[in-house]
Design a protein around this ligand. Structure first.
Ligand SMILES: [Zn+2]
Length: 443
C-alpha cells in the first residue's frame, strides 16, 4: 500500500487537508509528524562511503544500466499478479536475480522469492524487499501505455517499481563484485495487498529459516524519494453479516429487515469519535446482500476497515465498532416484528495487521534519513501500512521507502510513473547507499 498516512496537527486537520489538496499534488502536503533526527555525522560517513571505489563503481552501474530498470519495470508490470496468484511474476523475478549472479535464488513455501548474498562475517543481515502482488483482479488489462517518460498501467508503481529497483541494486552489487560485511537478502514477497494479511512477510519472519536472522528490514514501496515510513499503521478488517427471517416486501411488511439493521449500525459507526493524533480511522468499503427488490432480504453484509497509528486506539475503536453493530441489530429488533425470528449479527475478523514504530532515533531510520539528504532530497517520516509492519510489530527495526521517481494513482487503473532518468536515479542511489551502509562495505 502506498497511501501515505499524513500526520498533522489534531486541530482542524481536515480543513488544512482540503486547502492543501486544492493547491498541492498529493505527495507534497505531508508535514513530517515525527521530528527528523540529526544526521550530520552520518551524512559525512555516507558521503565517504559513496567515494569508495567499489561503491562508486556500483553507483555508476546503476546509472549506466538505467534502461534495464525500465525494461524490468515494464516486463514485471505486464505479468498479472493478483494477491494469491503471484506465481508467474515470482518465477520471472527469481530468474532475473539468478541472471544477475545470485545463483541460490529460490521460491519459498509461501511463494516469496528469496536471494541471499552472504557477507564476510554474516552480520548484520539486511533484508531488501518489494512486494509481488497487486490489488488488481485477474483479467485486468496490465499492458503498459507510454507517453514520453510517463508510463501507465495498473500496479506499475505499487510495486513493480520497487521490484525493479531491488533487481537494480542486486545487479549493481554483483556486477562490481561488491563485498559486504553483513548479509543482504533480496526478496520479492507475496501477499502485501488486500486481505492477504501480509502472508509473505509473516512467513519470512515467523516460519522461514530466515526468521530470527534478519536484523534490519527495508521495503521498497512505490515511488518517491523523500518519504521514509517508520510507523506501521495497525489495522483490523471485519466482514459483518446481518441475518433475519426474510419475507415478501408487501405481504410480510412489518417484519425485521437486516438492511435497516445494517443501516442503523453504519449510522452508529459513522458517529464514533476517533483520535486525530494518533490518527485513527474507520471505513465501510464494500457491502451487499438480498435477492430481489420485492423481498425483505434474509441477509446483508459489509466489509469494514479500522486503522490506527496506535494499537491502544485501534482497540478502542474496535470495541465501539463491535458495540455499534450489535446496537444496530437491537434497534431493528425493537422497531419491527420478530415473530418469525430476530435480526442476528456476526462480526468476523478477516484481517489483522499489527503495527508499531521504528523510532526516529534508531540507526536504521537515521541511515535512511541521512542517505535521503546525501542524494539531495528532503526526508520526511510517516506512518503507513506496509510489509514493514511485520518486523516492526516483532521489535525488529523496519522501514518502507519509495523506490524513486514521480508517480501517482496507486490502486487505480490509471496508475502511472515517470521513468525519467534524472528524477528517478536519486531514489535508486538512496536504496543502494542505505543497504550498503547498513550491511557495511569491506575494503
Ligand atoms: Zn504496495
Amino acid at each position: 500500500m502506498t497511501v501515505s498516512m499524513v500526520r498533522t496537527h489534531p486541530v482542524r486537520w481536515l480543513g488544512w487537508l482540503l486547502i492543501l489538496a486544492a493547491v498541492c499534488p498529493a505527495q507534497q502536503f505531508a508535514p513530517a509528524g515525527a521530528a527528523l533526527p540529526q544526521t550530520n555525522g552520518l551524512e559525512v560517513e555516507i558521503r565517504t562511503l559513496r567515494e569508495r571505489p567499489a561503491v562508486k563503481a556500483a553507483l555508476q552501474h546503476l546509472s549506466d544500466q538505467y534502461d534495464r530498470v525500465i525494461t524490468d519495470l515494464v516486463a514485471i508490470t505486464q505479468i498479472p499478479a493478483p494477491s494469491f496468484k503471484e506465481q508467474a511474476r515470482a518465477k520471472f523475478f527469481a530468474e532475473r536475480l539468478r541472471e544477475a549472479g545470485l545463483k541460490d535464488t529460490h521460491i519459498d513455501e509461501e511463494g516469496n522469492v528469496v536471494a541471499e548474498r552472504p557477507g564476510n562475517n554474516g552480520e548484520p543481515t539486511v533484508m531488501l524487499a518489494a512486494h509481488l502482488d497487486t490489488v488488481f483482479s485477474e483479467g485486468t488489462d496490465v499492458r503498459v501505455k507510454k507517453k514520453g517518460t510517463i508510463y501507465s498501467a495498473p500496479g506499475i508503481g505499487d510495486d513493480s517499481r520497487g521490484l525493479a529497483v531491488v533487481l537494480a541494486v542486486a545487479r549493481a552489487m554483483e556486477a562490481v563484485q561488491l563485498k559486504t560485511k553483513g548479509t543482504v537478502v533480496f526478496v520479492g514477497d507475496v501477499g502485501e495487498e488486500g486481505l492477504s494479511n501480509l502472508r509473505g512477510m509473516r512467513y519470512l519472519f515467523e516460519k522461514s529459516p530466515l526468521r530470527k536472522r534478519v536484523d534490519l528490514f527495508i521495503s521498497l514501496e512505490g515511488g518517491g524519494d523523500t518519504a521514509i515510513t517508520n510507523g506501521g499503521v495497525a489495522s483490523k478488517r471485519y466482514r459483518v453479516t446481518f441475518r433475519g427471517p426474510g419475507g415478501h416486501s408487501f405481504g410480510a411488511f412489518g417484519l425485521v429487515n437486516p438492511a435497516f439493521a445494517m443501516a442503523s449500525a453504519v449510522t452508529r459507526l459513522s458517529r464514533i469519535q476517533v483520535s486525530h493524533n494518533p490518527k485513527t480511522t474507520f471505513n465501510v468499503g464494500i457491502f451487499g446482500g438480498g435477492t430481489s427488490v420485492n423481498s425483505i432480504p434474509a441477509s446483508c453484509w459489509m466489509e469494514v476497515d479500522l486503522r490506527s497509528e496506535s494499537f491502544a486506539e485501534l482497540g478502542r475503536v474496535e470495541e465501539q465498532f463491535l458495540a455499534a453493530m450489535k446496537e444496530g441489530a437491537d434497534d431493528e429488533n425493537r422497531a419491527r416484528g420478530t415473530e418469525h425470528g430476530a435480526i442476528t449479527v456476526e462480526s468476523r475478523l478477516v484481517g489483522d495487521r499489527k503495527g508499531g514504530l521504528t523510532p526516529a532515533s534508531s540507526p536504521l531510520v537515521k541511515a535512511a534519513v541521512a542517505a535521503t539528504r546525501v542524494v539531495g532530497r528532503v526526508p520526511m517520516l510517516n506512518y503507513s501500512s506496509t510489509d514493514a509492519n511485520v518486523p516492526i510489530a516483532l521489535g525488529i527495526p523496519g522501514i518502507a521507502m519509495g523506490a524513486g521517481g514521480r508517480g501517482d494513482r496507486a490502486h487505480s487503473l490509471d496508475e502511472w510513473v515517470d521513468v525519467d532518468k534524472a528524477s528517478s536515479l536519486p531514489g535508486l542511489e538512496r536504496a543502494l547507499l542505505v543497504t550498503l551502509y547498513l550491511a557495511g562495505v569491506v575494503e
